[in-house]
Design a protein around this ligand. Structure first.
Ligand code: BGC
Ligand code: MN
Length: 323
């Protein structure tokens, strides 16, 4: 029998193994719940009723029957396949600029997917491949706008969203999905259209063992009506570096009387591509603390940037900017 001495006490090896096992089990069972926040969600039967039917003018003028979404939503299932990240199926269906609309029926929803970006080539490739494979199953009209920060200042995610929203509005998109490049949806029923209330879409993230850390989390992937985004003056331009800008958006929405919504957890699973942690913005809590004082003066109406280039790539519209 192996006996191990720790200080003045001796332990049998199986006692230590049992202890180790208990600690591991404890961490596994308790940790996710320490962070988990229970949240309200729209029951699956009500989802379709909550979606806002709205399209850009070039969709309405097309011939054909309206697409039907009932089966897609009620029959939501796990559709993730790693191959979807590697091989683009039927690339000829996608229009220059990364736009798509179904051919055999008239889409009921037009969505601009806005992706803030800088130096994540490998992730971008996986994202674009996966998203075009995934989104074309949804029978919606969409276009992917990649807003790339060209300067060397700390990354300003919220300003890039403001710029993307402004460009998407030029193209008449009524619905914005603000999307991180490292997140990919796993369920077919998380439909990429706007709901009456702004929606947090990635509430079950694999990174957090599919639990929501706090109810006010409004980051990662969110859907918001273009008119609502403009009404709240967009997002703050003052968050340089990681963190806080999404909490600021949540505060903005609540102070304007907009409650957010979510779909059921089984519709809201996402996977996150791994990357090195970003440098947190040390100033973010101070900014957040005084957020309400700046809602009217800091946002779309104070947006300053230079558009260095706009180019239609085969899978996305590229907007290169200096902030
Ligand atoms: C940050 C948010 C971030 C969240 C989850 C919060 O502390 O302020 O920006 O989205 O953590 O990582
Ligand atoms: Mn990330």
């Amino acid at each position: 029998m192996i006996v191990i001495k720790i200080g003045s006490r001796s332990f049998h090896i199986y006692e230590l193994l049992l202890l180790g096992g208990c600690i591991t089990l404890f961490i596994y069972l308790v940790l996710p719940y320490r962070f988990a926040s229970h949240y309200d969600y729209i029951p699956d039967d009500d989802i379709e009723r909550m979606l806002l039917p709205q399209v850009t003018p070039n969709v309405t003028h097309q011939q054909g029957f309206d697409c039907s979404y009932e089966e897609l939503i009620i029959g939501s299932r796990f559709v993730y396949d790693a191959h979807f990240r590697e091989r683009l199926l039927h690339s000829e269906q996608i229009q220059p600029g990364g736009e798509y609309q179904p051919e055999h029926c008239r889409a009921r929803y037009s969505t601009a997917i806005i992706v803030p970006y800088r130096q994540r080539e490998e992730q971008l490739h996986a994202f674009l491949t996966y998203m075009h494979n995934y989104l074309r199953q949804q029978l919606i009209h969409y276009r992917i706008f990649l807003v790339e920060q060209y300067d060397r200042k700390p990354f300003n995610r919220a300003t890039l969203f403001n710029i993307g929203a402004q460009v998407a509005a030029e193209y008449d998109f009524p619905c914005l999905i603000l999307h991180d490049v490292d997140l990919m949806p796993l369920n077919s029923g998380q439909i990429y259209a706007c709901t009456e209330r702004p929606r947090h879409m990635c509430s079950a993230l694999d990174q957090w063992r599919f639990h929501l850390p706090y109810r006010g989390l409004f980051g990662g992937v969110v859907a918001i009506n273009t008119a609502q985004f403009q009404m709240i003056n967009g997002m703050s331009n003052l968050y340089h570096g990681w963190g806080g800008e999404d909490d600021d958006l949540y505060e903005r929405l609540s102070s304007h009387g907009y409650d957010i919504c979510r779909f059921p957890p089984a519709y809201s699973e996402y996977t996150m591509l791994k990357h090195k942690p970003e440098v947190p913005n040390a100033n973010r809590n101070a900014l957040l603390h005084a957020a309400a004082l700046r809602f009217d003066t800091d946002g779309l109406n104070s947006l300053v940037f230079t558009e260095v280039e706009r180019r239609l790539h085969s899978l996305f519209t590229h907007i290169l900017v200096e902030t």
